[in-house]
Design a protein around this ligand. Structure first.
Ligand code: FAD
Length: 412
């Protein structure tokens, strides 16, 4: 027949879908992953956070990533004018991973997808979810279009929507809501990094802060290519109309290095990328990763949030399938939103300028730096960290104190 029955249908084979699939498959749950595109495929989101290493490890996917030789990321550098703010993940408040990778996602996601297939997950590429019907018991019948344009249906007890920018269930179920993050856009490409300097300077991930709203990322890969991208107000990004060559002149620090390099593809723009939803779960479904929420690339939290939410959702579904009760509001939504809200504060305070004030204030306070570093490493659920627990006040208050002191010094 043209209907398949599974316990769990997973939409999308990005990091979120792969982590959920691998975990559930290990638990003996019957899953099916449908992925619209053919891998390897490009997607943005190349700088990971140490926290996500835990997720790949627990899902049984870390070993394939370790063997690939991705560029190792041990921290992050922020530049503004002549001031350098270097975060070193080995100096952070929360215990846990102190390194991760900088990855071209086409390769990275392909490794993950190939591995889950090898582990026995039923994954179909070029199969696209076009529609779904979920009944009052949470049983869903989902229409899929395959690579030949033929339609079939999948009956499932749960859907995990890991469709990223596809935002399948938010669209089909009308769950979209405007994000509380101020609107920004981005333009980026990959380059053949022929002028890459030797040593750490060449491979260091850097955020070059051009003004309060505008910054430039440099993410070197171990294959000799480097990802470069601008983030700024939508009007600014639009005013360059895809003219990356000209926009590169905005970065005094990097202009020379990227002046005459080849772009691997025409610069891509993503406008007003912040996304949110009215609810993260419902009867028979749960949203994970970018399909649920996307804030801003400034702290590279996207993939880590995608894998954290995927692992959590997978664990809860496994529990539910074993007839244990699950409080989705508390155990999923409230938990996930705790982390999202911490990052949301940091993103907002980045663009108010308050966080930039803390980053570039000299002299640095090592204790505070360790606490902020743990947030930037993705450890946003650790409430022993005052910069997690009191995120909504601490950044603002500290920046205020710094500003007051500066004013006093200026009037002395
Ligand atoms: P994705 O990786 O997008 O995977 C979703 C998959 O679902 C895709 O393969 C897609 O083809 C598939 N799909 C879509 N629709 C359907 C359908 N109808 N049927 C079947 N399959 C479907 N994150 C970071 O961690 N670090 C960064 O440095 C970073 N930089 C960023 C820069 C910018 C400018 C932007 C906008 C985002 C950035 N992100 C970054 C965020 C990152 O791109 C995402 O958070 C991350 O890719 C989310 O992973 P995911 O698995 O949820 O979705």
């Amino acid at each position: 027949s043209n209907q398949i029955e599974v316990d769990v249908l997973i939409i999308g084979a990005g990091p979120s879908g792969c982590v959920a699939a691998a975990y559930l498959n290990k638990k003996g749950v019957k899953v099916k992953v449908v992925e619209k595109s053919k891998f390897p495929r490009f997607v943005i989101g190349e700088s990971l956070l140490p926290k996500c290493m835990e997720h790949f490890e627990e899902a049984g996917l870390l070993h394939v990533l370790e063997n690939h030789g991705f560029e190792i990321k041990r921290g992050a550098r922020f530049l503004r004018d002549d001031i350098v703010c270097n975060f070193d993940f080995s100096k952070k408040h929360t215990a846990g991973w102190d390194w991760t990778w900088q990855v071209p996602r086409a390769d990275f996601d392909d490794l993950l997808a190939t591995e889950i297939k090898k582990q026995g997950v039923d994954l179909s590429f070029e199969h696209e979810v076009v529609d779904t019907q979920i009944d009052n018991n949470g049983i869903s019948i989902t229409n899929i279009k395959d690579e030949n344009g033929q339609q079939y249906t999948i009956k499932a007890n749960f859907i995990i929507d890991s469709s990223g920018y596809g935002r399948v269930l938010p669209r089909l179920l009308g769950l979209d809501k405007p994000s509380s993050i101020p609107e920004h856009s981005s333009m980026f490409t990959h380059v053949k990094d022929i002028n890459r300097p030797d040593g750490e300077e060449g491979t260091l991930i850097t955020f070059d802060v051009l003004d309060r709203d505008t910054w430039f990322w440099v993410i070197p890969f171990s294959n000799g290519d480097t990802s470069i991208g601008f983030v700024g107000k939508t009007e600014l990004i639009e005013s360059y109309e895809g003219d990356m060559e000209n926009m590169l002149k905005l970065s005094k620090y990097y202009h020379k290095r990227f002046e005459n390099v080849d772009f691997k593809f025409n610069p891509i723009s993503i406008k007003n990328y912040a996304k949110s939803v009215t609810q993260l779960y419902g009867k028979g479904y749960v949203l994970t990763g970018n399909s649920a929420e996307f804030l801003d690339p400034v702290f590279s939290s996207g993939v880590t949030f995608a894998t954290e939410s995927a692992l959590k959702a997978a664990k809860l579904i496994d529990k539910a399938l074993n007839n244990q009760s699950v409080d989705w509001q508390v155990e999923y939504s409230d938990y996930i939103m705790k982390g999202v809200n911490v990052f949301a504060t940091y993103v907002k305070e980045w663009y108010t300028g308050n966080l930039q004030t803390l980053f570039f204030h000299r002299p640095e306070n090592p204790e505070i730096k360790k606490q902020i570093c743990a947030v930037l490493a993705g450890y946003v659920w650790d409430e022993t960290n005052p910069f997690v627990k009191k995120h909504d006040r601490l950044v603002k208050n500290l920046a205020h104190i710094i500003h007051m002191n500066e004013k006093e010094n200026n009037t002395d």
